[in-house]
Ligand binder design. Sequence first.
Ligand code: FAD
Length: 407
Amino acid sequence: MTVDLRDSAEEAGFRAAVRAWLATAVADYGPPPPAGDWPARRAYDTGWQRVLHDAGYAGLAWPGEYGGQGLPVTQQLVYLEEYAAAGAPYIGVNFVGLMHAGPTLIAEGTDEQRREHLPRILRGGAVWCQGFSEPQAGSDLASLRTRAVRQGDEYVVSGQKIWSTRAQVADYCELLVRTDPDAPKHKGITWLILDMHQPGVEVRPMRTIDGESHFCEVFLDEARVPVTNRVGAENDGWRVTNVTLRFERGTAFAQHIITLRTQVRRLVTAAKTSRTATGTAWDDPGLRRHVGRLDATVEALWRMTQLCIGEADQSGVPSPLGSAIKLRFSELAQEMSALSLRLAGRRAIGAGPGNGSSNGNGAPIDDATAEVVRDYLWSFQHTIAAGTSQIQRDLIAERILGVPKGR
Ligand SMILES: Cc1cc2nc3c(=O)[nH]c(=O)nc-3n(C[C@H](O)[C@H](O)[C@H](O)COP(=O)(O)OP(=O)(O)OC[C@H]3O[C@@H](n4cnc5c(N)ncnc54)[C@H](O)[C@@H]3O)c2cc1C
């Protein structure tokens, strides 16, 4: 069977329209606020989402009845490529809502839940976070202990979540709770929609190695969740969780992966401008081979992502292939950050924009180098977030290769 990866006439027309629109819209919208100012980041990210929505570019894969565009998968992929090439704003605080909470509601929610939440997510009107992990339940997520006790038409929820990304600016949380403490651990879990703006929900941001607060602890003390906010049946939450995780690992990173193309180009520029005793770093054939291999890997990974998005489009939920994509993306992103840091060389030591530090030769550290250092520090998270690499390898072995489950 041959596959023609070139654009059809219709796709080429769509590509040209998206490219032209982005060229103006991205320039008009302007740069993001400083890192770490989360209220400003929320305003920036949701404002941009509103711009996309009003121009008809929100929810390309989502059904029209909930505000989406219902476009064919080929056009969704064209859009992602053009979006990355234009350097358009990062999805930011909209990540959970757009990439896995919304898709979970489309696959598993009630019509009422879809009508209430999906159009708001698409308009940038509601920000979601994820409350899955707990201090004693990360890789072994099914060990979670946060309790929900049913009282009439509500669940009363108490417990602690951790690593909830951007929970400090979230309106809703996709929350996993234990509803049957006596059942085997995978059988007593329920998936709830938690309103973050209520008594009994306390969010405490955590400081990370790059000096920012990307994620938070969330303490729940008799928080109330209407039974109508339950997604799937009571105690059937593990099945729903796996739907969420397949979106999170399989299709959610598409934008990040296609953006690696731009990062490869940046690496080339950095190498060509990085002076050595005899010329530039780009003169080194070993480095050029390394960048060439990275470039080929990005393209291969993008093809796998396209396949996964295509599968999700056909069956409603991505396949376990997502674990292979997530694993390779994580390692590749770390490798690229490490190479960027290597090219920055001594300039990276003691980096911090505008803080008057020096590189040891008296030259101040510029913002671009500071960004390289920040990116390198942040890159450690890739192989942990959304399930560690060890867990992805287990899943690939069991669910793709059919290796018998380990003890
Ligand atoms: C940037 C970032 C953002 C995150 N955002 C969120 C969020 O928004 N919401 C949320 O709920 N969670 C979030 N997380 C949490 C993330 O899902 C967990 O950190 C991850 O699942 C690992 O759990 P843990 O940290 O408890 O590590 P542990 O599970 O304690 O693992 C420690 C080490 O043991 C290894 N290990 C554990 N079990 C096995 C096994 N069976 N086989 C082989 N090796 C094993 C792991 O691979 C790891 O190396 C985020 C994490 C990061 C880094």
